[in-house]
Every structure is written in structure tokens, then in C-alpha cells.
Write a protein that binds this ligand. Structure first.
Ligand code: GCU
Length: 605
């Protein structure tokens, strides 16, 4: 049995050391032949990792829970049974499915049995939308891969492990926080564990289209370019790209890396924008494989303090969102969850959302594509990560790569963020610069940012001069004047400046309010305090000359282990403009009014 370093930490005493990372990520699986494994899975809660290690913490390589063993004789000693174990729904976090698991951080084993019929010349991948945090995947007792990181998609090839008829998958999931993890030990969001997004088998031909990237050539409004990559390095393979609605078709042969590069002129292209979220059906064909996708084409760039969409300057009227399910709480994962959350953002008058602090499920991005909301996508390099630990950096790089690989064809995404509120040290800045470099290497068509904090003040002037600002296209800054810092009216005297000739997005500001709690504006957690705070904030923001966007904290109240004020927070961060039950607070209307005024002055694209 082979495991990656991360898993070895779990089974450190075993001393086995072969990596088994996931296979290259299949993109656009929604348009592939798939067999869903969603639904009830048998689940064993295993706080001591008994299914993985024996009492001496040695790896149970022969009799661990991956085997899904069943007694063959009445004398057999098998001290677990998936069949007799209760189920948990997949997708879904385990914390909100059973009261006893609300605070649970540890291991849960998932098992699913299914009938499968292998097809000739067809390869099969086990694809997971996400599993928080460490996971080991096995099919019919064979471990096929492992993964670290709770918010990105991954897949393992299972063609050889599957058989005709009855099959079973066993997945080990552990969500214990760890200092060298990404995120690390402390977060202001609930550590929802489990198979939190869709799980499916994906069928592809022997040689298939592994990856593709289509986009407008930066700085142009009608030049499309991109590449298609095969699952192997076959050269001379004809690849055809078609955009039927634009009567565009082009065939190109792959190079020795199995990649075909191409470019088109698209004179009649309608560019994607919030006002006109135009998506085109795109067809890709290579030999025995064919995939299609809905893709929008738009350009995004910066020029001095301006952010330009399709060549025109704009203001990003946004709001931050956690992947918390509206009404029922827990990890959001459905298309309806996305529709509700993004629908509230649209009601606010937003044309932009900051998906915090980790890549959200693919439904969110595809819904943003369709609804016309620009997106700030972020990886959970959050607060104080182990900056000097090479494994931590490799982990962050992998999460960033998985994020960009899955979502690079989503027109809605305009910004890749490499982190949030990270302390200014040399080790941190070196770490973050490496991530910026990786992001630029993977995608030169989007803007790179991070949520920084004020480093210096000169009287009432806040200065955004974090050294990392030099490497970013857009400065993000979080500030809490009127909540953690001073009174709401202190914003009236606050000025802002930065040595960088770059646009600023105020990526967080806000304050808490318990929906329905009313009183004077100086009553903490009253709707009136939050309302007053937003009035002072929006007036201050209007005075910042290089401000080009805002994503206040936060659209909806969300669960947090750091918020335990009884009767007010009850383990919820209450900075939402909407309660977790969809009730709009007074501040919602302050921001809506401000955005409507801003939209009224926005130039047409
Ligand atoms: C921070 C942080 C958020 C957090 C928020 C808050 O700035 O980025 O994750 O929830 O502040 O304190 O409410």
C-alpha cells in the first residue's frame, strides 16, 4: 500500500514512503460520461485511526478498513462493518448531518458499493469535487491515491482496480487541523469535514482530451487563442476546436508534448460582461474523444489605478461569500445554493463576488458565469501559515494549481488571490511571491491579488505598503474601522494611500449584527450599529482615489468556532448583511443604495 508524505504523517510510525498523488486533473467533467456515486454512504467514525493503524500505530496494510472485510465464518474476528454502519450523505459535511459530529475533527471512513460493467478501450477515473482535508481513496481494497487539501477537485485512475459486477469504494477522510497545513490551525470558519462535493466515476477513451484553455488574447477584443492537451504526448494528432455560433472551426496537430495551440479572429464575438454574460458552446475533438463546454470571452487588465473589463474601466461592486449553505447551514454544494447566494449578491446590485477563503464548488463558478458576476477566487493561505516549511509551500502550490486548472475557462473569474491577511515577514513574502509566480505561469490572462492589511499609519492616513504589493496586479486590503478598530464615525477622518500605482479593492470591511436586534447605533451587534458603520464606510470609500472595488465582509452569517457569544453569535460570525436564514439586515439596503448609485455612473462596456 503506497501513501504520500502527508498521509505518512498520519501513519508516521509505519515508515513506508512511496507517493501516490492523484492523476492529472480532468477538467469539465460535467460534460463527460459519468456515473454518480452521490447518495448515502456507509460511514465509520474512527477517532483513533483504528482502521488504518494497529495499537502500535503500525499501518494495518493487510487488515485495515480499506479491505471492507466481512466474516466468512462465525469464528472470524472482524471488529467493524460498513454494512451495519449508519450512513452519511455524499456530498455533504459530516458535522451538520449528526449532532454528535458537529464539533468532530478526526477520521471518518466512507464506503459505497455499486455494480459496474467495464467497457473495452475505456479508462475510468474516480473524481471528487473535494474532500476535507486529508483523504485516501481505495477501490476493491486497493489504495488508488491520496490527496491533501479540502477545497479542490482531484481524481484517481481506477480502470485496473474495477471489475465486472459488484465493486466497492472505501475512502478515508481526516479533517484534523495541523500547523503545517493549508489552512493551518486557526480559521474563522467551521472545519466542515467529509466528502463535501460530488463523487463520481468518469469514463474517457484510452487517449483523451486532458485539459484545455480558451481565452481572449490579453489586450485584444476579438482574438481568441488557447491550447488543448491530450492525456499523453502523442504528436501529430489532429485536434479540432469549434465555436458553432460564431461559425469558427480550426484544426491543429499536436506537438511532441501532446499539445495543440491555436488562435482565431472572432470579429462578431459578443464579449462576456456582467450586463451581457454571453457564453458560447465550444466543441473540442481529437480522434476518439469529444468534449464541449460553455465559455465566455472577455478581457480583464489593469492600467494605472484602473481595472478594465473589455477595455473599459469599471468599479467592482462586490461582496465576500463563504461556502456556507443558506438556511440549512453546512458546506454549500448544490446549484440551488449557488443560485440563492449569488441571487442575494445580485439583489445588492453587485457585479462581483469574493469567494472566501478557498476555491468554492464548481456550481458557484458556473452560476457566476451565467448570472454575470465577476469572481475573486482564493486559496486558503490564511493568517499564519508555516512559511519556512517546503511541504507547506508545495501543498499551497498544488492547491493553487488545482484551482486554476479546474476554473481557468470560467469567464467570471477575473482575479486569482494567493492568500488572506498574512503577516509581513521575509519568509512569508518569499512564500507568497512563489505563489504569484506559479499563478502567472499557469494563467497570464487574469489579475493576481491578495488580501493585505494596513502596515503603516501617518496620523489618520492608512498606508498600504506591504512589500507583496509590488508583485500584485491589484491590491486587496482588509480593514475593520468601526468594529475591531475605533468607532464607525472614525472612518470620516480616515484617509488612504499607497506607494503602488495600482487599483485597490477593499476586500473586507464590516461589523456584526444579530438580525432582529434593534437599538441605538452604539449598541454592539444591533442592526443600527452595522447600518451606521456601512454609512460611514461607504462615504470614506468614496474618498479613496485609487479604489476600484469593494467586497465587504460578508454576504451571509456563517458558522465559526471562534464566535461563541450566547444569544448573539452562538458559533456564527454575524457580520452577514443577510442572516443564515435569509433575512436582510438594515445595512444590506445601505450597500444596495450605494451600489445602485455607482452602477448609475458606470460607463457602458
Ligand atoms: C478577517 C478574516 C475573516 C474573518 C473576519 C472577521 O479579516 O479575513 O476570515 O472572518 O476578519 O473577523 O469577521
Amino acid at each position: 500500500m503506497k501513501f504520500s508524505k502527508a498521509i505518512l504523517v498520519v501513519v508516521a510510525t509505519a515508515g513506508i514512503c512511496l507517493a501516490q498523488p492523484p492523476a492529472p486533473l480532468l477538467i469539465d467533467v460535467g460534460h463527460r460520461t459519468t456515473i454518480s456515486l452521490n447518495g448515502p454512504w456507509h460511514a465509520i467514525v474512527d477517532p483513533y485511526d483504528t482502521g488504518l493503524k494497529d495499537y502500535r500505530s503500525h499501518l494495518r496494510s493487510q487488515d485495515g478498513f480499506f479491505q471492507n472485510a466481512k466474516p466468512k465464518t462465525p469464528q472470524d474476528l472482524i471488529e467493524y462493518s460498513f454494512d451495519k454502519s449508519e450512513t452519511l450523505n455524499v456530498p455533504g459535511d459530516w458535522n451538520t448531518q449528526r449532532p454528535a459530529l458537529l464539533f468532530y475533527e478526526g477520521t471518518v471512513w466512507y464506503e459505497k458499493s455499486f455494480v459496474f460493467h467495464p467497457k473495452p478501450n475505456i479508462r475510468v477515473f474516480l473524481h471528487l469535487g473535494a474532500a476535507n482535508y486529508l483523504s485516501i481513496m481505495s477501490v476493491n481494497g486497493t489504495v488508488v491515491c491520496d490527496h491533501e487539501g479540502g477545497f479542490t477537485s482531484f481524481n484517481c485512475e481506477v480502470t485496473a482496480a474495477l471489475r465486472e459486477g459488484e465493486n466497492f469504494v472505501v475512502i478515508y477522510v481526516n479533517n484534523q487541523r495541523k500547523a503545517e497545513g493549508v489552512p493551518t490551525l486557526s480559521t474563522d470558519w467551521w472545519n466542515y469535514g467529509g466528502l463535501t462535493r460530488d463523487v463520481q466515476l468518469v469514463e474517457v477513451p484510452e487517449r483523451f482530451i486532458q485539459d484545455s484553455f480558451l481565452h481572449l488574447v490579453p489586450g485584444t477584443l476579438d482574438q481568441i487563442s488557447g491550447w488543448v492537451k491530450l492525456s499523453d504526448t502523442t504528436s501529430g494528432q489532429k485536434i479540432t476546436v469549434r465555436i458553432p455560433e460564431l461559425t469558427l472551426e480550426k484544426s491543429v496537430l499536436t506537438d511532441r508534448a501532446g499539445v495543440a495551440e491555436f488562435s482565431f479572429s472572432a470579429a462578431s464575438l459578443r464579449r462576456w460582461s456582467p450586463e451581457q454574460p454571453k457564453l458560447y458552446k465550444v466543441e473540442l475533438e481529437s480522434g476518439s474523444d469529444r468534449v464541449e463546454d460553455e465559455i465566455g470571452f472577455r478581457s480583464i487588465e489593469v492600467r494605472g489605478h484602473d481595472i478594465l473589463l473589455n477595455g473599459s474601466p469599471l468599479f467592482l461592486r462586490g461582496v465576500s461569500i463563504h461556502e456556507e449553505a443558506p438556511y440549512r447551514s453546512g458546506r454549500a454544494y448544490t446549484e440551488d445554493d449557488a443560485k440563492i447566494l449569488l441571487g442575494w449578491a445580485k439583489e445588492l446590485g453587485a457585479n462581483f463576488v469574493r469567494l472566501a477563503h478557498y476555491p468554492h464548488n464548481e456550481h458557484m463558478l458556473r452560476m457566476a458565469d451565467r448570472m454575470g458576476l465577476m469572481v475573486w477566487s482564493e486559496i486558503p493561505v490564511y493568517w499564519d501559515i508555516k512559511w519556512d516549511n517546503p511541504a507547506t509551500l508545495a501543498n499551497a502550490e498544488t492547491q493553487l494549481t488545482e484551482n486554476i486548472t479546474r476554473d481557468k475557462n470560467r469567464a467570471s473569474i477575473v482575479i486569482w488571490s494567493v492568500g488572506n491577511e498574512t503577516p509581513v515577514t521575509d519568509a512569508r513574502t518569499k512564500f507568497m511571491r512563489s505563489l504569484v509566480k506559479t499563478a502567472r505561469g499557469l494563467d497570464s490572462t487574469r489579475l493576481i491579488s491578495a488580501a493585505l492589511q494596513v502596515q503603516h499609519r501617518d496620523g489618520s492616513t492608512r498606508i498600504i505598503d506591504d512589500p507583496l504589493g509590488a508583485d500584485l496586479d491589484v491590491l486587496g486590503c482588509n480593514e475593520y474601522i468601526g468594529w475591531y478598530e475605533g468607532k464607525p464615525e472614525d472612518a470620516d477622518k480616515a484617509n488612504w494611500k499607497s506607494p503602488y500605482d495600482k487599483p485597490l479593492i477593499m476586500s473586507e470591511f464590516g461589523g456584526g449584527a444579530r438580525y432582529g436586534l434593534h437599538g441605538a447605533a452604539d449598541l454592539r451587534f444591533s442592526e443600527e450599529w452595522q447600518e451606521d458603520l456601512y454609512k460611514h464606510q461607504t462615504a470614506m470609500l468614496d474618498r479613496i482615489p485609487f479604489l476600484r472595488g469593494t467586497s465587504p465582509w460578508i454576504l451571509m452569517d456563517f458558522r465559526s468556532p471562534r464566535r461563541m457569544l450566547p444569544g448573539i453569535q452562538d458559533f456564527y460570525n454575524r457580520k452577514g448583511l443577510v442572516s443564515d436564514q435569509g433575512q436582510k439586515k438594515k445595512a444590506f439596503y445601505v450597500l444596495k443604495k450605494w451600489y445602485e448609485a455607482k452602477a448609475a455612473h458606470e460607463p457602458e462596456y
